[in-house]
Design a protein around this ligand. Structure first.
Ligand SMILES: C[S@@+](CC[C@H](N)C(=O)[O-])C[C@H]1O[C@@H](n2cnc3c(N)ncnc32)[C@H](O)[C@@H]1O
Length: 264
């Protein structure tokens, strides 16, 4: 198992380019029909955060890639957010965006969709507000490795987190069900008791593609995810699933999901 994990990690380090990655995300937006996966996920995120069915101030995103849209709604509710990511060039892109470097990646198209999901009609005015909100909430961008027991640097684990968000990441790092289960155990240890975890991902996904590179993804069924969560101390598991027959995206899957659970 260790050798396979090392191979997957090497592939990300060698072949995952942040700029190509953003183009891949954009092609995902264009390929989809009227309401797409992102609208579904952003709406679910807004419903979760506006429901107030959680407490706390400290949030950790695991596997951010070079993206800021997944924490956009959270930034209105959580004043202390740590973003984390395995590939250093992605971390660097995030830091550039936070500093407003002139050559940083532009996430406007995604943030417009976040604004719409939040019910804003003045989308163009909303985007700079959301950007400012994210920049104020993100306190650090750090290296993450979900295949390592430490996951993120020690100085960021002194206090447990109230909420963990991870989008399309755990399956892309895990080599098999045991490895996936171990990742959930590591996430659990970073959370406080009663803390929430949000997982956004796809079932039965076997690869995801950036340019010519096809990256690994562990194909999982809903019941396998649910069993692994329970085995690792999570309960109150709540699923929202989007059946999506489209097959013209740069990844394959049965459906996409938004899941919330609680550390018991
Ligand atoms: C499909 S991308 C998703 C990125 C982002 N969350 C998004 O929604 O676009 C998968 C991410 O998982 C990260 N990743 C892969 N292996 C990892 C590991 N061992 N630990 C932490 N992150 C990892 C990759 O670098 C990549 O950014």
């Amino acid at each position: 198992m260790e050798n396979d994990e090392v191979k997957i990690k090497e592939d990300y380090l060698k072949n995952l380019d942040p700029k190509e990655f953003q183009e891949f995300k954009l092609s995902g937006l264009k390929a989809e029909k009227s309401e797409n996966n992102y609208d579904f996920w952003f709406k679910c995120l807004y419903e979760f955060f506006s429901s107030g069915n959680y407490s706390g101030t400290r949030m950790l995103e695991i596997g951010s890639g070079p993206t800021v849209h997944n924490i956009a709604t959270a930034s209105a509710y959580f004043p202390y957010i740590v973003q984390s990511e395995f590939v250093e060039s992605n971390c660097e892109q995030l830091r550039k965006w936070l500093r407003k470097d002139s050559d940083s990646l532009d996430w406007t198209i995604f943030l417009q969709r976040v604004a719409r999901a939040e019910g804003r009609e003045d989308v163009d005015a909303a985007v700079p507000e959301i950007e400012a909100r994210i920049r104020s909430a993100v306190k650090a961008v750090v290296h993450a490795d979900v295949l390592n027991d430490q996951v993120i640097p020690k100085e960021h684990t002194q206090e447990p987190y109230d909420l963990i968000l991870s989008v399309l990441t755990f399956e892309t790092a895990a080599v098999n069900l045991e490895s996936y289960s171990n990742i959930l155990g590591r996430a659990n240890r970073l959370l406080r008791k009663g803390g929430k975890m949000i997982l956004i991902s796809a079932t039965k996904c076997t690869y995801w593609q950036v340019g010519a590179n096809k990256f690994h993804c562990l194909s999982l069924e809903e019941n396998e995810i649910e069993d692994a969560l329970k085995k690792n101390g999570f309960g109150e598991i709540c699923w929202k699933v989007r059946e999506r027959p489209d097959d013209d995206l740069p990844f394959n899957c049965k459906n996409v999901y938004f899941l919330t659970c609680t550390k018991l």
